[in-house]
Design a binder for this molecule. Structure first.
Ligand SMILES: Cc1cc2nc3c(=O)[nH]c(=O)nc-3n(C[C@H](O)[C@H](O)[C@H](O)COP(=O)(O)O)c2cc1C
Ligand code: SF4
Length: 532
């Protein structure tokens, strides 16, 4: 009798939990895996205690450690993201550990309620994108933190929708990834349109680039800039890859590709074959649309970059921005050897490329954008000190919308509904709720970047130089980052004029900042158009 009663209670509780889990919209894992999904949260909750006796430390897991994931999860919910009891890093035996050298007299960081406290923590870019080449629609990016390219196909529709609405809320751009523009990209966020070797959305029946279609796509959507993808850090030298398991009817229509087989893009572009032709292509796209045009690439051999910087210095052509993706970057699917062994890590690759642009004195003409695990305050600030004007985040943004780092993106079975086209799994992801998480995460990252900059005595992260960084080794040495990277501290700064303008913007009363961002964008354009 007792056994029956207990069994009955268990069944009733299980049914109640199932109904609750299916009904709620907060947690995709519970919606997709009612009842058993709770085990994940229970294990997560007792993780710290468990880990004292078994398994990994807070800093061991990769690509993102438990501490990093916890920080993103808490930030995206605007929960307490502080850590107690001091660092759990072993500073004295950590290799390549970044140390930020604060100023003795930091700048005050306004608190809630104080004058000029900005709850969105806006940090506009110190440069105007497209200004140097005088593009008709040059603009000052409103946010130094933006959402990196991840296409519809590799991510689900609800995930793209969440990223797009989140980008609108956070005032940043949303890079489409190479899969073209889907209805999920049209939820109000500014777009950076990416075109890869597959030219999805702007290709003819033979898969070649189609200028007419490209112009139509740009005109019909809120495209602020165009990024030509040469390569990405996780798989440079091989084209984009979408496994057939993820190619639905809708994706096949949007991309213009057949179903039933994997979609593998070519490794190289058919629209150009060297730097000279690439610059002609860039100018053609910019002339046709008026928007800034840039490139994205991982860093391997250096000849390409020297050639590009040299041709930009010598001819009247140029890319408006360059995104450097680190070899540690993410992907939906890649061959292991390419993910592990091809292309330099961000810090080394970016440093080398930037030096070439300094050598030819064209570094101030380009907006430098970086990606590759830069969605954390210390790595983001370091990238900006090296010379980045903006940073883009991909997997960190995925974490903010519920990714649990299960690393099954390539299988189509993402349990969180983020990287899947399975209808049951993706329906668990509520795009409206998760869009707030993206916006909160982006705003929190900006908040921490601002805080760190002020701690270093600068009003904007682009004004923090490499002099503020040391790198620890495991022999009690702290080596100046300028020495390690063979980089003069002032190289990473914008031009004197851009420095003055961004200082003026960041120290203006909060109510005037938005208009200054716009006015300065226009003024700058006029200066360049008039040949200044
Ligand atoms: C699921 C997924 C899909 C991606 N798709 C693209 C893409 O279409 N085009 C691209 O240039 N990069 C793509 N990337 C790379 C990211 O844009 C980014 O460069 C890289 O992940 C490094 O940033 P992160 O460390 O913040 O993730 C993708 C990454 C992920 C995780
Ligand atoms: S499969 Fe795993 S790693 Fe990939 S998006 Fe989903 S939860 Fe994240």
């Amino acid at each position: 009798m007792w056994t029956l009663t207990i069994l009955g209670v268990i069944v009733v509780v299980a049914i109640a939990m199932t109904v609750h889990d299916l009904w709620q919209t907060k947690h995709a894992i519970l919606k997709n895996f009612p009842v058993i999904g709770h085990f994940r949260y229970w294990l997560e909750a007792i993780g710290p205690e468990l880990r004292q006796y078994i398994v990994t430390s807070n800093n061991e897991e990769r690509p993102f450690s438990r501490d990093q994931r916890t920080w993103v999860y808490a930030s995206s919910k605007r929960e307490n993201n502080y850590f107690g009891f001091g660092t759990d890093d072993d500073l004295e035996s950590s290799t390549n550990h970044l140390i930020i050298k604060h100023a003795a007299f930091p700048i005050h960081d306004p608190h809630p309620g104080e004058r000029d406290f900005d709850q969105e923590f806006r940090i506009p870019c110190a440069k105007v994108m497209g200004a140097y080449r005088g593009r008709r629609h040059a603009f000052r990016p409103k946010s130094v933190v933006n959402v990196s390219g991840m296409s519809f196909g590799s991510l689900s529709g609800p995930a793209i929708e969440a990223l797009n609405i989140g980008s609108k809320l956070a005032g940043c751009w949303h890079n489409t990834g190479e899969g073209g523009i889907s209805p999920y990209h049209r939820r109000g966020g500014d777009l950076m349109l990416q075109i890869g070797t597959g030219y999805f959305g702007c290709r003819d029946s033979n898969g070649n680039f189609d200028l007419g279609k490209f112009k139509e796509v740009v005109a019909a959507n809120p495209v602020r800039a165009v990024e030509i993808k040469l390569s990405q850090g996780a798989k440079p030298g091989v084209g984009g890859f979408l496994p057939s398991a993820k190619i639905t009817e809708e994706i096949s229509r949007i991309r213009g590709i057949p179903r039933g087989r994997d979609c593998a893009s070519p490794s190289n572009h058919t629209a150009f074959g060297d730097v000279d032709q690439m610059l002609d292509f860039v100018e053609m796209l910019a002339d046709a649309t008026g928007v800034p045009v840039g490139i994205k690439a991982a860093v391997g051999e250096m000849h390409f970059w020297t050639d590009l910087a040299e041709q930009m210095a010598r001819t009247h052509r140029g890319v408006d921005f360059i995104t450097i993706d680190g070899g540690e970057g993410g992907t939906g699917a890649a061959p292991l050897v390419f993910a592990d062994h091809v292309a330099l890590p961000f810090k080394i690759g970016f440093g080398r490329v930037y030096r070439e642009f300094v050598k030819f004195d064209v570094h101030h003409h380009v907006v430098f954008n970086g990606s590759g695990k830069l969605g954390f305050p210390e790595t983001g600030l370091f990238a900006m000190a090296l010379g980045c004007d903006t940073i883009s985040v991909a997997r960190e943004a995925m974490l903010s919308i519920g990714c649990i780092q299960a690393q099954r993106c390539h299988t189509g079975h993402c349990p969180a509904g983020v990287a899947t086209q399975n209808w049951w799994l993706k329906r668990g992801l509520d795009p409206t709720l998760k869009s707030f998480r993206v916006a909160n995460y982006v705003a929190t990252l900006r908040k921490e970047l601002l805080r760190l900059s002020r701690a270093c005595g600068a009003v904007h992260p682009s004004l923090v130089t490499l002099d503020h960084f040391d790198v620890l080794d495991d022999r009690l040495q702290a080596i100046a980052a300028t020495t390690l990277f063979d980089h003069r501290a002032e190289w990473g700064l914008p031009s004197a004029e851009d420095q003055a303008t961004i200082r003026q913007i960041m120290t203006a009363p909060l109510s005037d900042r938005d208009s200054l961002v716009k006015v300065n964008g226009k003024r700058h354009r006029t200066l360049v158009e008039s040949g200044a």
